[in-house]
Design a protein around this ligand. Sequence first.
Ligand code: ADP
Length: 453
Amino acid sequence: MIKTLYVRVVLTFLVTIVIALLGATLLGFVVFERELNDLQHNEMRVAGENIVRAYEAAEVNDLDRFMGSVGPLTSYPIRVYDDAGNMKSYLGANRPDQAAIPPEAVRQVLNGEVYQADAKNDEVFIGLPFRHQARPYALFLLSSSKNEGTIVSLFLTVLLFALLIGSLCILFAAGYLVKPLKALTKATKRLAKGDFDVAVRVKRKDEIGALAQSFNEMAFELKQVETMRRDFVSNVSHELQSPLTSISGFAKAIKDDKLVTEPNRNRYLDIIVAESERLSRLSDNLLKLASLESEHHPFELSTFHLDEQLRQVVVACEPQWSAKRIRMDLRLPAAVNITADADQLRQVWMNLIGNSMKFTPEGGRIAVRLTEERGVLTVAVSDTGPGIAAEERDRIFERFYKTDRSRSGGGSGLGLAIVKKIVVLHHGDIEVRSEAGQGTTMTVTLPVMPPSP
Ligand code: ADP
């Protein structure tokens, strides 16, 4: 219970306010004691002078009776001394009289002087001289501890009220502070259980508001990551499922159908081999993408001739493009240097030229051009294939994205995602220009030397 933020805020406030009020009161007493005593002296002097004036005006014979009747009219206890050393005390308005008046003060007043106790002293009293029946008398007015007690109890009452009202305020204020934190804790628990649709509704603009805002952003991003993860798993399962289905289907057909003819058997085996290769390519591409996306993928820079690398890729693909009687048009200036990861770039050209060969019809044309301008190298791979519709152009770099046309083909939809990742790692860019039925041009721009990380 004590460990909750709510209780801690309330307790901290209470302790703080008690210390602050007590400290302020004590300090106030110390600092203003002199002023308070001065104030009391002035009041006592006025009261004393009024008594003396009333006594003179009344031409009193019985001093004792006079003082006895004025005593209760003032709030200060009264003492009267005569020159024979007698003292008579008259308690005003039930005030106790305990103050000690030094004999020299009495003597001084009997000699006709007004006496005022030092304001620094705890005892506060004032002595006024007067004469009765030609004899000197000293009238002393004293402050009582009850006067100070009243001031102290006043302060204590104020303190108690401040504490009471402050406590009530802090009970509400702490609730207001802690409420959004409780909501955040609840939302965090739901998030941990996989409910990504949590949104904390906090309209505040303070730190807690910022925390709630960050939490909502985090929940939104986690939801996106979760959606991507689910899509990924379902895409991979789908890509695995179709080759596995045909492999097992044709394998069963060969095994079960005793009457399967030799040419059919060979055709089924060819399909099984092709589907196995497709599975192998898929796992290869998945591994490549995962490696490129991990922060620790190998990235080995070397300087080599880009024109030479492009030529080698085209030559390696020759069996495929010549089988489709595709005309290969190369425009590569000599000895164009680049500093890059050679294996990764070879993968880029393989994928781009591979796609062009796959989609270009028999007798079509593929052009590979390399240009260099102000430290930027541009490689454009164009073909006379079916092109890509505008609505599909933005999506072809997504993982597993395939246009409907190529769904039945052997691709997994990972090739361009890998290309894009490698190009971005090299601080380059890739752009596609294509219209449906008009062929496609993929343009890769790369810096001659990637900027150091
Ligand atoms: P895949 O491995 O299936 O070819 P890619 O990521 O390489 O996957 O390509 C994604 C999609 O982009 C392909 O399914 C295809 O529809 C389209 N595409 C890529 N290159 C070309 C091209 N040169 N001509 C026409 N369509 C292309």
